[in-house]
Ligand binder design. Structure first.
Ligand SMILES: Nc1ncnc2c1ncn2[C@@H]1O[C@H](COP(=O)(O)OP(=O)(O)OP(=O)(O)O)[C@@H](O)[C@H]1O
Length: 544
C-alpha cells in the first residue's frame, strides 16, 4: 500500500523513456542546456503535484516577459461552473495559442516545455488537478477525439445530437487519460458529466462490436442508476453495432451469457456477483471496468461483492477506473492498492457540493414542525419537480401516506418496493406525472432528473457525502437549483459538518453555526417520532 501510494503521489518525475523521441531531437545539445532542462522539468513536477493551483509557482520559473503575460492569463477560476463555456475562457485559450505562435519554434526542447505549459494553463482554466506520471493533455474540444484518437464519426454525431458543444472539465481530462490506456480515479462535482467521461473512451477504445464475450463492465450501486447509465450509453452508440446490456433479474435467470451479444454490461454489484457465483458469466475478457459512485461501492455492505467482480475480471491488461463526486481518503487508499500507474483527477475541490445549488438550513424544531414547514412551503409556492429525502423507508412511507391525499401529485421510492414499482416511480417523476418524489438515499446518487428545482432534506442527511449527493440531484448540467435542509434539536450537533460543506460551495451560513464544535459523525440517523399531523386522539381512535 505504502509503495503504491508513493508511486502515485511521488510527483511527476519526468519520464525520459516515454519522451525519448522528444529528447532524441536535441540530444546533441550542450550540457548546460540539460541543466536548464532539469530545472524547468522540476517546475512542472511541482505544478502537477499541487492539488490547489498556485499561479505564483508557475509564473516564478519563467522570464519576466513571460511572467507578465502569464499573470494576465491565469487569473483564478472564479467559482466552479462545469458548463461554463464562457467567451472569457475561450479567448484565454486563444491568447495562449497566440503566445505559442509568437514564440520562436526553433528549439524543440522549448516546444516541449511550451506544450506542457499550455496543458498546465488549460488545466488551471478548467480547475483540473492531476497527480500521476505523464498525464495526457486535456481535450480542447470533442473534435480532438477524432484528430487525436481516431474516434468514429457516429460518436461525434451522437454527442452533437445530444447538444453537447464542448467537453466538461472531467471529460476534458478523464477521456484522454483512459484513451491513453491509463487507469484513473476521478472526483468531480455532481451533475458534471462523469457518465460520458467514462463511456466515451470505452467505446472509442473498443472500436467495434465483437462476439468475443463481454468486453466492458460498469458497476453502479443502485438499479435505477444502472438503468440510467445503460440508457445514456445507448444514446452514444446510436448508429453502431455495439450492444450495451443492463443486468436485470430475468437476464441473470434466463440468459446464456456465452451466446449473449454484449460489449458493455452494466450492473449492480449484487446481480453481477450472483451471476459469477452461479458460474453463468465469464468476465475474463473484460478490458474495461468502471466503478461508478466508487465510494459507495467501497462501503462495507458492497465491498465483498466488488471484490468478487474485480477478481473475476482477470484480464491482466484491464483498465479500471473509479468515478464519484466524493472521494474519501480511505477509498483513495483502496483504489491505489488495486490500480496500476493510475492518474488521480480532481475537478475543483474534492468532496464539495455543486456551486449551482442555493442551499438553506431551516430549523423545524420537532417532527411535527417539519411537516408544518413542508405544507407551508408547498402552500406558498410549489415549484415542481421537487425531491424529498428521508432517512428510512418507513419514514418515506409515512410521509407519502400524509401527502398522498392532498392536492399534490406525489410519488414514493424506497428499497421495499418491487422493481417494477420503483421503475414506475422514477418514470412518472421524469415524465412530470408526479411533481414531488419522496425517496430514501436509494436514489440519492447519480440519478439525473432534468431540472429538479428543489431538493428537500426532510431528514437531516447522515453524512457530508450523503448531503452532497442528495442536493446534487438539483443544479445539474450548469442549471441552478435549490436545497432546503430541515433540522431539529437532535440534528444540531451535526449542523457544523453540513455548514462547512455549504460554505465551501459558496453558501452563507448563520455565524453561530460556524462556532459550533465539529462532531465526528458516523451515520447520524436518530430515532425520530413518526410523521403525522393528525391529532393524537384521532390516532388512538384509529388504532383501536
Ligand atoms: N459535455 C456536455 N455538455 C452538456 N451537457 C452534458 C455534457 N456531458 C454531460 N452532460 C449532461 O449533464 C448531465 C449530468 O451528467 P451526469 O449524469 O453524467 O453527471 P455526473 O457527474 O455523473 O453526476 P453525479 O455525480 O450526480 O452522478 C446529464 O444530463 C448529461 O446529459
Amino acid at each position: 500500500m505504502e509503495r503504491s501510494a508513493n508511486f502515485l503521489f511521488g510527483g511527476t518525475n519526468f519520464n525520459r523513456k516515454k519522451f525519448a523521441p522528444d529528447f532524441a531531437k536535441f540530444k546533441n545539445r550542450k550540457e548546460d542546456d540539460d541543466e536548464d532542462h532539469n530545472k524547468k522539468v522540476s517546475f512542472f513536477e511541482q505544478e502537477e503535484e499541487e492539488e490547489e493551483p498556485e499561479q505564483e509557482k508557475l509564473v516564478s520559473s519563467s522570464s519576466s516577459k513571460k511572467r507578465k503575460r502569464k499573470s494576465a492569463n491565469s487569473e483564478p477560476v472564479e467559482g466552479f461552473d462545469v458548463f461554463k463555456s464562457s467567451k472569457k475562457s475561450r479567448s484565454k485559450g486563444k491568447e495562449v495559442e497566440q503566445d505559442t505562435k509568437d514564440e520562436t519554434l526553433e528549439n524543440p526542447k522549448k516546444e516541449l516545455y511550451r506544450r506542457m505549459e499550455q496543458d498546465s494553463l488549460s488545466r488551471k482554466q478548467y480547475n483540473i488537478h492531476v497527480s500521476g506520471e505523464n498525464v495526457p493533455p486535456p481535450l480542447k474540444s470533442f473534435t480532438e477525439l477524432s484528430s487525436r484518437y481516431g474516434c468514429k464519426k457516429y460518436i461525434l454525431r451522437n454527442l452533437a445530437e445530444l447538444g453537447f458543444k464542448e467537453p466538461t472539465p472531467i471529460q476534458r481530462q478523464a477521456i484522454p487519460i483512459l484513451l491513453s490506456g491509463r487507469e484513473c480515479f476521478a472526483c468531480a462535482p455532481t451533475g458534471s458529466g462523469k457518465t460520458f467521461a467514462f463511456i466515451c473512451p470505452m467505446l472509442i477504445k473498443l472500436k467495434r462490436h465483437s462476439t468475443d464475450g463481454i468486453r466492458a463492465v460498469i458497476l453502479s450501486p443502485a438499479r435505477e442508476l444502472a438503468a440510467q447509465t445503460a440508457r445514456e450509453g445507448k444514446k452514444l452508440i446510436k448508429g453502431s453495432k455495439f450492444n450495451i446490456r443492463l443486468m436485470t433479474k430475468p437476464l441473470v435467470k434466463t440468459a446464456d451469457f456465452s451466446k449473449l451479444q454484449c460489449d458493455v454490461l452494466i450492473s449492480t454489484p449484487m446481480r453481477l456477483k450472483r451471476a459469477i457465483k452461479a458460474k453463468k458469466i465469464d468476465l475474463s475478457k473484460v478490458e474495461y471496468l468502471v466503478l461508478d459512485e466508487s465510494d459507495k461501492l467501497f462501503e462495507q455492505s458492497m465491498l465483498k461483492q466488488i471484490d468478487g467482480v474485480v477478481k473475476a475480471c482477470s484480464n491482466p491488461s484491464i483498465i479500471r477506473s473509479l468515478f464519484s463526486a466524493t472521494l474519501p481518503d480511505s477509498v483513495e487508499e483502496l483504489a491505489r492498492s488495486i490500480m496500476h500507474d493510475a492518474v488521480r483527477v480532481i475537478i475543483g475541490r474534492k468532496n464539495t457540493a455543486s456551486e449551482t445549488v442555493k442551499q438553506k438550513l431551516v430549523f423545524a424544531g420537532t417532527e411535527e414542525g417539519k411537516l408544518l414547514a413542508l405544507r407551508q412551503s408547498f402552500a406558498q409556492s410549489l415549484n415542481p419537480p421537487v425531491l424529498i429525502f428521508l432517512q428510512s423507508k418507513e419514514r418515506a412511507k409515512q410521509l407519502y401516506d400524509e401527502l398522498k391525499c392532498e392536492d399534490i401529485r406525489v410519488g414514493v421510492i424506497h428499497s421495499d418496493l418491487p422493481p417494477g414499482e420503483r421503475e414506475n416511480a422514477v418514470d412518472s417523476f421524469r415524465a412530470g406525472e408526479t411533481w414531488v418524489l419522496i425517496a430514501t438515499d436509494v436514489i440519492a446518487r447519480g440519478m439525473d432528473f432534468k431540472g429538479i428545482n428543489c431538493v428537500i432534506n426532510y431528514d437531516f442527511p447522515d453524512s457530508a457525502s450523503a448531503y452532497i449527493h442528495r442536493i446534487g440531484r438539483s443544479g445539474r448540467a450548469g442549471r441552478s437549483g435549490e436545497a432546503i435542509t430541515f433540522y431539529t434539536e437532535e440534528d444540531v450537533p451535526f449542523l457544523r459538518n453540513i455548514a462547512n460543506t455549504m460554505t465551501s460551495s459558496g453558501c452563507e451560513v448563520p455565524s453561530w453555526i460556524l462556532t459550533l464544535k465539529k462532531k465526528k459523525w458516523k451515520k447520524h440517523r436518530p430515532k425520530r417520532d413518526s410523521i403525522s399531523t393528525r391529532p393524537k386522539d384521532s390516532k388512538i381512535e384509529q388504532e383501536e
